[in-house]
Write a protein that binds this ligand. Structure first.
Ligand code: SF4
Length: 464
């Protein structure tokens, strides 16, 4: 009697860290339900593509990969292609005709169905219609199953604390794709964080569409400040970093919890999108108008040395040169540590698409480049100020370009977006996941170089 080997699934995760968490959750479902994961999607029985559909560029990237994997399947390279995530959630079965090789389309509520669907897809006759499982109103919240494949660095993890969004920013399709805001219980998050720390993670990055909204959907439940206190009480040496906040929701309770915590980094990611009241109102972010003038001084007073990341959207309908100059002056004056700039993309189904006075795409792109040049000047000054200072860094892996060197993240650098720090002079006992005190000795662009703050006699930072 021959025994069929388990089906192998190759995972391709597109888009943001929140989508990455969903891919990890699906990996846990597949592993705990008897399938195996392939190291390379090109050598798997089933290719699973978890997609992003936030803006046109993301959809183009997803379409190109679906096309590539469809050709791979047509050439006999795999048995099935499954597409999950935001793209099917947004377009449901409407993409089936465009991508006839795709065997299954799963929306964002279907992560737990993936093993069952994978088996079904692998056995699907060529002429059968594809499986389409997409809920009309996403409402699921998932806890990861263990084991799962971690796509983040082994010393770092993303902790998704909530799903969906109740804001109604005029340019944003996410509430329609991801559904109403709902947060995971504190107990479940503490248990997950405990398991991640036990697994060697030294950095927990809290993510959600709206992290600062945590707990608002649960009457009487702790808010983000309460969650931070609960996570901060866990033993060991590790970092907690908050990503994806909402400017008007950064309350004094949150700042007090951050200031009093041992593990929470003084780092806040608060996308402001714009500074001019007219544009903020048109964006349906009027609450930001009220808080923005005093926001950054308040944050810096409450959390001395706080590292601020923000995102701006330029070329929104109606944005004049004067509006843009207001934003450029605000960015120059406020001196954010990290800035991302996007040019407006008119998204189907969003109110902004219907607004008058569109800004030509080339003008929006030029404004994006101009704002980034403003920020470059800020970054150069900030970098100079950092040289000679001491801070803490997380060791990631040996530097492949320098014998004895290490690649690390300083505590002001979030994964993937804020650059990295090259270290030299660490002892031979240094290892991935160590948290070490360093002194910054150089900077270039968004990257830094550093050395140990004090030459240690033995191993530095055990990370335990
Ligand atoms: S807060 Fe963020 S996710 Fe929510 S609608 Fe606004 S831009 Fe979109």
């Amino acid at each position: 009697m021959s025994i069929e080997p388990p089906l192998t699934v190759g995972l391709i995760s597109l888009g943001c860290a929140k989508n990455l968490v969903d891919t990890q959750i699906m990996s846990g479902v597949l592993l705990t339900e008897g399938l195996t994961l392939a190291h390379d999607a090109n050598h798997a029985d089933i290719v699973l593509i978890n997609t992003c559909a936030f803006i046109e560029a993301a959809r183009e990237e997803a379409s190109a990969i679906i096309d590539e994997m469809s050709a791979h399947k047509a050439g006999g390279g795999c048995r099935a292609v499954i597409v999950t995530g935001c793209l099917p959630q947004r377009y449901r079965g409407a993409l089936a005709a465009r991508f006839p090789q795709v065997d299954a389309w799963l929306g964002v509520d279907e992560l737990e169905s993936i093993a069952h669907v994978a088996r079904e897809a692998a056995a699907r006759p060529p002429d059968a219609p594809p499986v389409v499982l997409v809920s009309s109103q996403p409402k699921a919240l998932f806890a990861p199953r263990i084991p799962q494949l971690a796509f983040s660095h082994p010393a770092s993890a993303y902790l998704k604390i909530a799903e969906g969004c109740n804001h109604a920013c005029a340019f944003c399709a996410i509430p329609g794709i991801r559904g109403r805001f709902r947060s995971r219980p504190v107990d479940a998050l503490v248990a997950e964080a405990r398991a991640l720390l036990k697994d060697g993670r030294r950095e927990l990055n809290l993510v959600a569409q709206d992290s600062t909204g945590y707990g608002r959907d649960r009457r009487g439940a702790p808010r983000l400040a309460g969650l931070l206190r609960a996570l901060d009480a866990l033993p060991g040496r590790f970092w907690i970093r908050i990503l994806y906040g909402y400017p008007a929701a950064v309350g004094d309770d949150l700042l007090a919890a951050m200031a009093g915590a041992r593990h929470v980094l003084p780092y806040l990611d608060i996308p402001i999108q714009h500074s001019h009241p007219d544009i903020l109102r048109a964006m349906r972010r009027a609450d930001t108008v009220r808080v923005l003038p005093g926001l950054v001084p308040r944050l810096r007073a409450a959390l001395p040395g706080v590292v601020l990341r923000t995102t701006c959207l330029v070329g929104f309908p109606g944005e004049t040169e004067a509006h843009f100059e207001h934003l450029a002056a605000f960015v120059a004056q406020t001196r954010f540590d990290h800035l991302g700039v996007f040019a407006f993309s008119p998204e189907a189904g969003t109110p902004a698409r219907e607004l008058p006075d569109p800004v030509p795409a080339e003008v929006a792109a030029a404004r994006r480049d101009r704002l980034m040049r403003v920020q470059q000047g800020v970054v150069e000054q900030n970098n100079r100020a950092r040289i000679g200072t001491t801070t803490e860094a997380l060791l990631l892996h040996p530097d492949p370009t320098r014998r004895g060197g290490w690649l690390a993240r300083a505590d002001w650098q979030a994964p993937d977006v804020d650059g990295e720090t090259r270290l030299e002079g660490l002892p031979a006992s240094a290892k991935t996941g160590d948290l070490v005190k360093i002194r910054i000795v150089g900077a270039e662009g968004y990257d830094f170089t550093g050395v140990p703050a004090r030459r240690p006699r033995g191993a530095i930072g055990s990370g335990a």
